[in-house]
Design a protein around this ligand. Structure first.
Ligand code: R1P
Ligand code: URA
Length: 351
C-alpha cells in the first residue's frame, strides 16, 4: 500500500481512489464489461475507439480497468480475477466511484452440465443460484450418505434463485446472434438456462481431488433441485444478487417520494447497540441513498463439458472472446442507460 487512506468505513486515498480497484470518479463508465482473465480484457479493448486513447489502470491488487469509447459512447472493461470476493470489490467500489445507472455484463468462462451446451457454446443465464461450502459440516467424517445433502447440516448449501436483468439479457442475445462469426456457425447461443456460481472451482463444483470434500453427489443434487440449471462458474450469482438488492433510484420507485423507501433511521435521540451516537438522518440517507439502478446480465463461454470431459482449445477461446466481447460492447452502447456520469473531468472527455 503506497498511499495514505483516510476512511476506515469505505477506504479511499486522499485523491479519492478506492482501496482495491484504485479508481476514482471519472475513470469508470456507466456501461461495464467485466471479465475474470486480464488477457480477455486486453483482447476486447482492441475494439475500443482509437480516440480518445483508452485509459488503463492496473491496481496494486491486480484489478485491471480499461476505459474508453466504443462507437463514441464511454465504456469500461474491467478484469477482476476470480471468485465472489473479487466480484464484491468490483461492484461496490465501482458503484461508489460512479453517479447514475450502471449496466454491467459479465463475460466469463464456465463448465457445462448438459448436452445442449457442448464446449464452445454461449449461455446467457436468466437466473443464478449460489453454492457454498458449509464450514460447520464435519469434513473429516468417513462417508457421505446421499441423504446428507438434504439434512439440516449439509456439506454444501444451494441458495435461492436470483434473476438477472431480462431486457439486457435478451438484447445481448439478439446482438450476439446477429454478430455470429464464420467459424462458429454451429455454436449454440442459449438464454434459457440457470447458472450456478460456486465458491470453489473444485469442491463446490463437484470435482474430485485428494481432499475429503464430500461432494460426490453434489452435481446430481444440484440438477435435481434446480430446474434448468446447466452451467457452473464462480461469480455471476453475486453480481445478480448485488444488482437485485441495490436500492432503486427515486425515479424508479412507485411513488416518487422518499417516504416509500424502507425506514433507514432510528427515532430521534435513540442510542445504537454499540453505544455510539446514532448517525443523523442526513448522514444515513446519504450513505444508503441509491446512486442509480444496477442492470446486470452475463454471457458465459463453455470451456469445460463435465459429462464428456471435453475442454476448449486455445483457438476456440480466441474466437469466442472476440465474438462475445464485441457483442457485449455493441449491446451495451445500444442499451438505454438513462442517467449517466457527467463527462466533465472524466478520462473519456479527453481529446
Ligand atoms: C475458474 O477457472 C474461473 O473461470 C470462470 C470462473 O467463474 C472462475 O473465475 O470465469 P472467468 O473465465 O471469467 O475467470
Ligand atoms: N470455470 C469454472 O468455474 N468452472 C468450469 O468448469 C470452467 C470454468
Amino acid at each position: 500500500m503506497k498511499n495514505r487512506i483516510t476512511d476506515a468505513n469505505f477506504p479511499r486515498t486522499g485523491d479519492g481512489r478506492v482501496y482495491h480497484l484504485g479508481l476514482r470518479q471519472g475513470e469508470v463508465a456507466n456501461r461495464i464489461v467485466t471479465v475474470g482473465d486480464p488477457s480477455r480484457a486486453r483482447r476486447i479493448s482492441k475494439f475500443l475507439d482509437a480516440s480518445p486513447e483508452p485509459f488503463v489502470l492496473q491496481s496494486e491488487r491486480g484489478f485491471l480497468t480499461i476505459t474508453g469509447k466504443y462507437s463514441g459512447t464511454p465504456i469500461s472493461i474491467i478484469a477482476i480475477g476470480m471468485g465472489i470476493g473479487n466480484m464484491d470489490f468490483f461492484v461496490r467500489e465501482c458503484r461508489e466511484s460512479l453517479d447514475g445507472d450502471m449496466a454491467i455484463i459479465r463475460l466469463g468462462s464456465c463448465g457445462s452440465l448438459v448436452p445442449e451446451l457442448p464446449v464452445g457454446s454461449l449461455s446467457l443465464p436468466k437466473a443464478c443460484v449460489g453454492i457454498t461450502r458449509n464450514y460447520d459440516y464435519d469434513f473429516t467424517a468417513a462417508t457421505t450418505e446421499s441423504s446428507t445433502y438434504r439434512s439440516s447440516n449439509p456439506p454444501y448449501s444451494i441458495s435461492r434463485l436470483v434473476e438477472g436483468h431480462q431486457p439486457l439479457q435478451l438484447h445481448l442475445k439478439e446482438v450476439t446472434e446477429a454478430t455470429r462469426p464464420e467459424g462458429a456457425s454451429d455454436a449454440a447461443v442459449r438464454a434459457d438456462f440457470v447458472n450456478a456460481s460456486a465458491d470453489s472451482f473444485y469442491s463446490s463444483q463437484g470435482r474430485q481431488t485428494s481432499f475429503p470434500d464430500h461432494n460426490e453427489g453434489l452435481v446430481s443434487e444440484l440438477l435435481e433441485r434446480v430446474p434448468g440449471v446447466a452451467t457452473l462458474e464462480m461469480e455471476t450469482h453475486h453480481l445478480f444478487h448485488l444488482a437485485a438488492v441495490y436500492p432503486k433510484p427515486p425515479s424508479e420507485l412507485p411513488l416518487k417520494s422518499t417516504a416509500s423507501r424502507p425506514v433507514l433511521t432510528r427515532p430521534e435521540g435513540e442510542i445504537s447497540a454499540t453505544g455510539s451516537a446514532p448517525k443523523s438522518e442526513t448522514e444515513q440517507e446519504h450513505s444508503r441513498a441509491s446512486r442509480g439502478a444496477i442492470y446486470a446480465t452475463a454471457i458465459q463461454m463453455i470451456f469445460a463439458q463435465r459429462q464428456s470431459q471435453d475442454f476448449i482449445t486455445p483457438e476456440e477461446v480466441v474466437l469466442r472472446e472476440n465474438w462475445a466481447g464485441k457483442a457485449c460492447l455493441e449491446a451495451l452502447v445500444k442499451f438505454n442507460v438513462q442517467s449517466t456520469q457527467p463527462d466533465e473531468g472524466s478520462v473519456w472527455a479527453k481529446l
